[in-house]
Write a protein that binds this ligand. Structure first.
Ligand code: PMP
Length: 421
């Protein structure tokens, strides 16, 4: 074999670059700011949520207080039975991308279930909610000629990345402020396509978008609307169709995006909309086309979860979750622990210091068997560090009492300010 000329590296000319040192420098900066993420190593076990075994530092069994399996559907017997059945029948993986042998009957049934949930003509699955936002916004912004995406200032990272990926014109409007949106829309070419992108329930503050007003403004300027209902699907509306369903607005939203990984307890993401819109994304989104489809068992489990939450059992779980959320808020108020007042199921307890936030979470885990992940920058702005509690219908009154009593005790120990009574 002849050697290609010029490709031989002569002895002694290797250049040493310490890449690990470059990585360490940035990691050390994160650590000294108190923003380095360490995760708990949990073992979920059947029927136990919100309890889990802990294989990391701290108590052996913990109560999970920061889960996004908001209604405990990840362990619901009907979801598990549907997954077992599909696993036995269909095997493990989908066997291909959606276009090349990976579309199974389970995927098609799930898409029909999702379209029905949001009262839309069609739905399209993705491997996660993150991918659905990234792929759908990226495709809309890059494929609609002259498109501007108008994005709420607090939109999730997956939407921001999708908009960046689109490389189209973008405008950021002040969070939950339809008047600012109106001003930004008024500046644009009335005949060019526009996408107004926002969320219904914002995951870190738990506030809810003034949806009717946003839709009014978008319609006035002929903009399509892109709504992320990731923290609302399964939880709000008579059938768990989200805030748009609860407020009777689903038919006015052009595209509703959601996840199967939070209240539905499984994994995956989706969009719903008109036949043309969904076909457009299906046909052009690389994040849909060039990746292996979700396993059929996941699709079957998600469909069972959605069906359960559409019905009477879902109504009961949602009501009990609301009761437990209210109970936790009341108990925090009585203990003088400051928390954001919002109309959702998310209870952010404000610590406002990254080091104390992490310290509190560590002590809760070590000494009280309470697991809550500290939420620090860049997930939230500096100075607004918090513990984000998500009560489920499966957290009982004893869990709530234990949590608030531990916080009450630690609040003074960590010299944190109390809320005005
Ligand atoms: N949108 C929002 C608002 C989110 O908070 C998240 C996840 N935290 C996603 C999308 C992504 O969803 P998934 O976890 O299914 O990727």
């Amino acid at each position: 074999m002849t050697e290609a000329p010029g490709l031989t590296v002569p002895q002694g000319t290797r250049r040493h670059m310490d890449y690990d040192q470059l990585f360490r420098t940035q990691l050390d900066a994160l650590k000294s700011d108190g923003n380095y993420r360490v995760f708990a190593e949990l073992e979920r076990y059947r029927g136990a949520y919100p309890k889990a075994r802990n294989h990391g530092a701290g108590a052996d069994e913990v109560t999970v207080w920061c889960g996004n399996d908001y209604l405990g559907m990840g362990q619901h017997p009907e979801v598990l039975a549907a997954m077992h059945e599909a696993l036995d029948k269909c095997g493990a993986g989908a066997g291909g991308t959606r276009n090349i042998s990976g579309t199974t009957h389970s995927h098609v049934l799930l898409e029909a279930e999702l379209a029905d949930l949001h009262d839309k003509e069609a739905a399209l699955l993705f491997t996660s909610g993150y991918v659905s936002n990234w792929a759908a916004l990226g495709t809309l912004g890059s494929r609609l000629p002259g498109c501007t995406i108008l994005s709420d200032a607090f939109n999730h990272a997956s939407m921001i990345e999708g908009i960046r990926h689109a490389r189209c014109d973008k405008r950021i409007w002040a969070h939950n402020d339809p008047r600012d949106l109106e001003r930004k829309l008024a500046d644009l070419d009335p005949d060019a396509p526009k996408v107004v992108a926002f969320e219904s329930v914002y995951s870190m503050d738990g506030d809810i978008a003034p949806m009717a007003e946003i839709l009014d403004v978008a319609e006035q300027f002929g903009a399509m609307t892109y709504l992320d209902e990731v923290h609302a699907v399964g939880l709000y509306g008579p059938r768990g169709g989200g805030i748009a369903e609860r407020e009777g607005l689903a038919d006015r939203v052009t595209l509703i995006e959601g996840t199967l990984g939070k209240a539905f307890g499984v994994v995956g993401g989706y969009i719903t909309g008109s036949v043309e819109l969904v076909d457009f994304i299906r046909s052009f989104a690389s994040g849909f086309i060039f990746t292996t489809a979700l396993p059929p068992a996941v699709a079957a489990g998600a469909a069972a979860s959605i069906r359960t939450l559409k019905g009477e059992e879902g109504t009961g779980l949602r009501a009990r979750q609301r009761r437990q959320v209210a109970r936790l808020r009341d108990a925090l108020d009585r203990a003088g622990i400051p928390h954001l007042d919002n109309p959702s199921h998310i209870v952010p307890v404000m610590v406002k210091d990254p080091v104390k936030c992490k310290m509190l979470a560590d002590i809760l885990m070590q000494d009280h068997g309470i697991y809550v992940q500290p939420i620090n920058y860049p997930t939230v702005p500096k100075g607004t560090e918090r513990l984000r509690f998500t009560p489920s219908p499966l957290h009982d009154d004893g869990d709530i009492d234990a949590l608030v009593s531990a916080l009450h005790h630690l609040w003074s120990q960590c010299a944190l300010a109390r809320a005005a009574a």
